[in-house]
Design a protein around this ligand. Structure first.
Ligand code: FES
Ligand code: FES
Length: 162
């Protein structure tokens, strides 16, 4: 059935009323219908994590959700991390620690790690490794991504000690 459905996606606080086929994936709707192309597509099979976004406080792979399932939910993408020209602590840490090369996987890692640090600001190294292990990068060898996320965690903790 190809009949289109009217839904509203709320991305980074802005409403996007769109009309989509029920089978359209969330990542395709975010990119094609809402014009928010910061979220990247890799495998389209839930394997690489490149398409990771935050939906209602949960990190999800947006290639595995249908757009209609996200209607009315609070969606956050990489475009919402910076405050104007000011990068988030995590974004800055990726730059300072050379946590990216081609940058293709970066939006997914940023959203995954943002969610992990928000859920548990005291997350320890082992748990952090466990979380980050779910996403793939073809360039960096992971060491600098891990270093960047740890640096952001430490800086955020120093700013707001428990
Ligand atoms: S594109 Fe979604 S997990 Fe790879
Ligand atoms: S920086 Fe190139 S895929 Fe990760």
């Amino acid at each position: 059935m190809n009949e289109k459905i009217d839904i509203t996606l709320t991305i980074n606080g802005r409403d996007y009323p769109i009309r989509v086929e029920p089978r359209k994936t969330l990542v395709d709707a975010i990119r094609d219908d809402c014009g928010q192309t910061g979220t990247h597509i890799g495998c389209e099979h839930g394997v690489c994590g490149t398409c990771t976004i935050i939906v209602d406080e949960l990190a999800v792979r947006s290639c595995l959700m249908f757009a209609v399932q996200a209607s009315g939910k609070k969606i956050r993408t990489v475009e919402g991390l910076a405050d104007g020209d000011e990068l988030s602590v995590l974004q800055r840490a990726f730059i300072d620690n050379h946590g990216l090369q081609c940058g293709y996987c970066t939006p997914g890692f940023l959203m995954l790690a943002t969610n992990a640090l928000e859920k548990n600001p005291q997350i320890d190294d082992e748990e952090l490794l466990d979380v980050l292990a779910s996403n793939l990068c073809r360039c960096t060898g992971y060491q600098n991504i891990i270093k960047a996320v740890k640096a952001a965690r430490d800086e955020l903790q120093a700013r707001s000690p428990a």
